[in-house]
Design a protein around this ligand. Sequence first.
Ligand code: PGA
Length: 253
Amino acid sequence: MKKKIIIANWKMNPGSLKEAVSLTKQVEGGIQKNTNARVIIAPPFPLLLPVRKALRKSKLGAQDMFWEPRGAYTGEVSGEQLKRCGVSYVIIGHSERRIHFKETDAVINKKIKAALKSKLTPVLAIGETKRMPLKKIQRVLSRQLSRGLDDVSRRAFKNGIIAYEPVWAIGTGLAATPRDAKKTLAIIKEALQRLWKTKRVATPILYGGSVKAKNAASFVSEKGGGMDGMLVGGASLNAKEFVGIIHSAVKTK
Ligand code: PGA
């Protein structure tokens, strides 16, 4: 069975270094050695190094990056810099970046290419903003994928990950149903096959949006959502809850 991928997106939390290290240690303590999951923790930039020190079984992720390698770009952080801090994964195109910072698909495309150049694994986040019929969702996701991955070959994106996060499900407690997630999974696979003109697409596709320990299994089980893993926001700030998510993902067939 392929390892499930579970990403903790801490967003702009927690408030202190001490809390960040303690949360990391608690999560690490709850993960079994040789667990059948790929766990990634994505803290805010200033917490990357202290969190990295506390990591044993999980990998380090960042929540964003800039596309230039260095230079006069006040406030920005490059992929190269992240790589040197021990970051392996980077979330790109999260809906909060798209909404609050007006990131367009063109900007996201530049960041994806820069991440690949810096040998970081990009986690491209996509999703429709409000509830809509499946046909419309298909249009939105296909557009986000074809623009976000414009000029990015299947080979270049071979380790890349897609995170499907319906924006209306983020932080609301109203997760998508596993049945709807499964339908969207098929849409995303099809869009990638069209984009790369091949049926052989093995890109992992994750679900995100109000994932909790209680509903996690339903998104990754074969009979449920069939997703390859989950991108977890709010629930990743609670060690018990996040470890619960990892455990149920590992146990689920
Ligand atoms: P949530 O956030 O789990 O709090 O809904 C998910 C995300 O934004 O990645």
